[in-house]
Ligand binder design. Structure first.
Ligand SMILES: O=P(O)(O)OC[C@@]1(O)O[C@H](CO)[C@@H](O)[C@@H]1O
Ligand SMILES: [Mn+2]
Length: 448
């Protein structure tokens, strides 16, 4: 069967009270908005001092009012209003809003009635609108404090992970044993996967830093890895290497959260370079503050700056190495507004063809986290046994994999009966980040 529209299910929505979309709209998002108001109230003197004094204080009051208004709109299911700020993406957002309204016979988009993905992305763009409509507070990141605290509170885990990485690099230098390289690849890929448990939006902003080094936990976490295509991911890289007679290529990493998860991604990236599997890494960050803990370029550079100032051999040595990579171009930070639009990835080729063709030059694209997973599969109500490649609905820029801990009620690629079995073990298996998948698409789409 081709990818005909007839077998494309409807999107997840809060109109279905059994979906995680419902408690997200009803409880989690109001809490996230209240936390922003609390943060701004608690720090109003410091924020005003750093942003224009009295004028900043007045604007802060307006921003706090805007957050309270937004919270009221969500809780009372008001229609989504066009964006009022003049950032370039506002035009695309408002055009997309009109398209969605037209698709629904002129009915407004509403928080508890419309597609969860669209409304949740719209929420974070509305939060940023409040700062864009300011003057002294223009571009203010209301999540900065939470992201930085999450990093600083993960020091112990970052310390043990970076020391382990340095030992692995020495080991790699000495041994050319392919077995070692495969073993380390598996470890660093899965450390990056489980780093995704640390996201502040799932915890509605409560600090959920990484307490222990995940390396020790990998064996314990293995049973919770529901789909493990690690071997296929490794083969994609080694086949690309062979095709180029041993010349390493490019990997794109679509990042997710700042804090500990970013450090696990940088450690994976370091291993990919040091192992000779890859020569260049493009890191895709968010252009605006997003889903509480997603990485912006400011977060990325702040993290390296913090690491290089730490009195810790492994942390400072690696961060210096990574700053050099950025200086000499083997690591590149990429920013595109596409990642902070409401569109799922099947629409990238049409909406952002340049980004799609850039991604097509990669040997492998690594997508991190739950929101990226939802945008890959369209946040649609797929059966859990739907083929992963089929669920991409034509999005095949290059071989890709997704490292995702489950935090929303959509999953594909599982075996018949597997979802039912997990359900008996943990009724919240789809929404707590305790279970995970590593899924890969190398462009071969089977009927589903
Ligand atoms: O992409 P991430 O950081 O892994 O998770 C994003 C997230 O926290 O936000 C949505 C629920 O509000 C879900 O997609 C998921 O829980
Ligand atoms: Mn995130």
């Amino acid at each position: 069967m081709s990818e005909a529209n007839s077998c494309i299910p409807p999107p997840l929505s809060a109109k279905n009270k059994n979906s995680f979309a419902y408690p997200t709209m009803k409880d989690r998002i109001p809490v996230i908005l209240s936390k922003i108001v609390d943060y701004m109230n608690r720090n109003r003197e410091k924020i005003a001092e750093d942003h224009g004094g009295e004028a900043g204080r007045e604007e802060l009051k307006i921003m706090i009012g805007a957050m309270s208004q937004l919270r009221y709109e969500v809780m009372t299911n008001k229609p989504a209003a066009p964006l009022q700020d003049s950032r370039a993406d506002a035009k695309i957002w408002n055009a997309e809003l009109n398209k969605e309204v037209a698709k629904h016979n002129g009915n407004s988009l509403k928080w508890f009635d419309s597609a969860w993905l669209w409304m949740e992305c719209y929420l974070y763009r509305r939060i940023y609108e409040a700062s864009l409509l300011s003057n002294k507070l223009k571009g203010f990141d209301v999540f900065l404090e939470q992201k930085q605290a999450a990093f600083l509170n993960s020091y112990k885990a970052i310390s043990s992970l970076t020391m382990y990485l340095l030992n692995a690099l020495e080991d790699l230098d000495i041994t050319t044993l392919e077995l070692n390289r495969t073993q380390y690849f598996t470890e660093f890929l899965q450390v990056s996967l489980w780093g995704n448990k640390c996201d502040l939006s799932i915890s509605a902003g409560n600090d959920n830093h990484q307490e222990h080094c995940p390396l020790e936990q990998l064996t314990k976490l293995k049973p919770n890895l529901l789909i493990d295509n690690t071997d296929v991911v490794y083969q994609v890289l080694t086949k690309a290497l062979e095709k180029r007679n041993g010349q390493p290529g490019l990997v794109d990493i679509i990042l997710d959260n700042a804090g500990f998860e970013l450090v696990t991604d940088l450690c994976l990236a370091e291993f990919l370079i040091a192992s000779g599997l890859v020569a260049k890494i493009h890191f895709h960050v968010k252009a605006i503050p997003w889903f509480v803990s997603d990485v912006t370029e400011q977060d990325f550079t702040w993290t390296l700056k913090q690491m290089s100032a730490m009195n810790h051999l492994a942390i400072s040595k690696l961060s210096q190495k990574w700053k050099n990579y950025l200086q000499h171009g083997s690591w590149v930070i990429s920013v595109s507004d596409f990642w902070t639009l409401p569109n799922d990835y099947s629409q990238m080729k049409e909406l952002y063809p340049d980004l799609y063709s850039d991604l097509s030059t990669a040997d492998l694209i690594i997508f991190k986290g739950d929101l990226n997973y939802r945008k890959l599969v369209g946040d649609l109500q797929w059966s859990s046994t739907t083929d992963f490649s089929f669920s991409l609905r034509g999005f095949h820029p290059a071989p890709l994999c997704v490292l995702r801990t489950l935090k929303s009620d959509v999953v594909v690629g599982m075996q018949p009966g597997q979802a039912e079995e997990v359900e008996t073990k943990d009724k919240n298996w789809m929404t707590t980040g305790a279970w995970a998948v590593i899924s890969v698409d190398n462009g071969v789409v089977s009927d589903s």
